[in-house]
Design a protein around this ligand. Sequence first.
Ligand code: SAM
Length: 266
Amino acid sequence: MAFAAPRKRLGQHFLTDRHVLARIADALAPSATETVVEIGPGRGALTEMLVARAARVAAIELDRLLAAALRQRYDGDPRVTVIEGDVLDISLSQAAGATKYVVAGNVPYYITTPILFHTLRPPRPTRTVLLVQREVAERVVSAPGSEAYGALSANVQALARPEIVGQVSAGAFTPRPSVDSSILRLSPLASPVVTDDEQPRFSEFVIAAFGARRKQMRRVLRTVWGIPADEAERVLEKAQVSLAARPEVVTPEQFATIWRQLECAP
Ligand code: SAM
């Protein structure tokens, strides 16, 4: 099939290496009874691998022409539903037509972070496998105390266990992107560090704390929450965080213990 030229604005870098496509599908390992929501199917290379393994695929594509071509290709096949639209405006569980589903995608890199958090909204997929920029994947999986650990790491790790399960070089795509990529798998935690209700406010707090990442936590709490030094010390002690610690060593659980005390304070 002849396709229009790739649209850079939509992050269109198509995977042409079947070996890489198989590695993404293997990392997701959908069972023959599972529904996969695919983000950004493009020309359908990954879709084809997913259809061969899963019960159903619901593919969400923003590009009108690509969505139409995919719909035509799977016309009459009850296993595939093509949804034209912006993935960030579409509920993934509604796209799946079920609360139990999995997610896969070689995602458009201009919206990687919003897509990551979109896949972590309830009802969450059982697991998610995304091809993302290597630098983003490394930040997501970084442990407290490491250089890349930041708000993205703490906010994702409060909800899911992230792992890098493979590396993909720029040469696997057409056109070639300017960065290398990693296959990132997210497995939502059975007991998340924060509840669905708490998550948006917790996330804002963590982002604000890392906005002052060079400051000691005692000062961070004063800057971000405006509380006096003695109160900040009490809060940090309860969370077992040293007064001189900086945000980059605070675990998601410790951030939650700190934040709950601040929220509950009169
Ligand atoms: N999955 C295909 C592959 O591996 O060859 C295409 C991947 S390409 C990196 C990303 C795809 O996401 C493109 O087809 C692009 O049109 C689509 N896309 C871009 N922005 C989108 C959005 N907001 N919602 C849904 N799809 C989007």
